[in-house]
Design a protein around this ligand. Sequence first.
Ligand SMILES: [Zn+2]
Length: 199
Amino acid sequence: MRNIFRRLKTKKMRIVQNGNPALRRVSEPVAAIDDDIRQLADKMTYTLMNNDVEGVGLAAPQVGVNKRVIVIHTCGDNKKDKSTLSPGEILLNPMMPITLINPELVSLSPETICSGEGCLSLPGVGGDVTRAARVVLKATLLDGQVVQVECANLLAKCLQHEIDHLDGILFIDRIPKEQLEEAEPALKLMAKEEAKRLK
Ligand SMILES: [Zn+2]
């Protein structure tokens, strides 16, 4: 029992918060899916699925690793009628939580949707972000398989949010100015606390 506990404990990674430099770096592409990447994927998945606040995605910079790896778990958005699911949801939902290596958006639909977002690295902060309604995702799975598929709904939104993380972009960079001003005190406090942790 103690062994299991120790194993689980070491699997959980700290989710870094606003002010951590890892959140603002452009992450490096993954050159090869080796044991290090598999271990990172495993730990990130565990961290996402066992976080106190429920999240639908986690990007490697959020655990302080600047590699182009994200984990997605949006299949809770699955209640709707199957006919409204995008090909990406039909393909990926059964594999969730799923790790995507070097994910990229091949294209974005001109139609957009504005909806509320939050981020595990910015607890307590929210805002409205306008994003493409549909995206074509290209990514490598942990088994080396390359997928290219059109995604919509929560999956499309989450992919755009997580891939932004790989480019050092946070959702607060995309919210209306007045919402950002409102969030500013909380963001500043978070950055101060994060700076203390990094010392
Ligand atoms: Zn985020």
